[in-house]
Design a protein around this ligand. Sequence first.
Ligand SMILES: *[C@@H]1O[C@H](CO)[C@@H](O)[C@H](O)[C@H]1NC(C)=O
Ligand SMILES: *[C@@H]1O[C@H](CO)[C@@H](O)[C@H](O)[C@H]1NC(C)=O
Length: 209
Amino acid sequence: MNRLLALAVIGLTQSLVAGDEEEGRSVLLLYKKMTPMSGFSVGQPFNVTLSIFNRGQGDAYSLVINDDNWKSDKFRVVAGANNFTLDYLNHGESHVHEFTVVPIKKAWHRVRPARMAFIDGVEGENTVMHMSNNLPDIRIAAEKDLLEESLLSFGRVITLNTVQTKKGWMYASSGVVLFLLVQLFRIAKQVLKQRRHLRALDDLTKKGS
Ligand SMILES: *[C@@H]1O[C@H](CO)[C@@H](O)[C@H](O)[C@H]1NC(C)=O
Ligand SMILES: *[C@@H]1O[C@H](CO)[C@@H](O)[C@H](O)[C@H]1NC(C)=O
């Protein structure tokens, strides 16, 4: 009976110690995001944001984050860096890192999670590996029609930036057609009125003579 009690006490203290250790750990989350999330095309930059949160009770050290997903055969990293390091990330803190990528080739692209390595606690010895969330594959379209682009930007200038898209132009031109129809109708009405006038005048002069 005593032995059983002793075992139970040992078990309890062990789990308490383990619990204490759990409490002192850093718990890191790595979140990868792209802005925009769709409509990718050659030459159009987009941003990649990597956010790290330390949701644990302990601090993390020597963080190395790699987002080696933008190889030079398909992309250029034009601002910021896809790899970066942090000396530490204290518990309860977060860090946001952003870089800009330009696609250089029409392609389907598998977006892979970013990877992070860190050391848990100032006395930590093991490197902990962590991956970010997954994102769907993206389709990179061919370069937008340059003529269409320049026509649209010309249109933007002459309409003082009120008409910005092809759709916008379709609405605008149906507006113009409507306006012309109304004008035509008014002119026709004027002509008819004038004709009636002339006829009346004619009748008068006939009667007069
Ligand atoms: C990317 O980030 C930069 C700097 O924060 C910003 O100026 C730019 O508009 C962003 N581009 C996109 C496509 O969100
Ligand atoms: C980013 O890190 C990866 C993996 O360590 C490496 O292969 C790649 O060359 C690095 N890219 C840049 C632009 O530093």
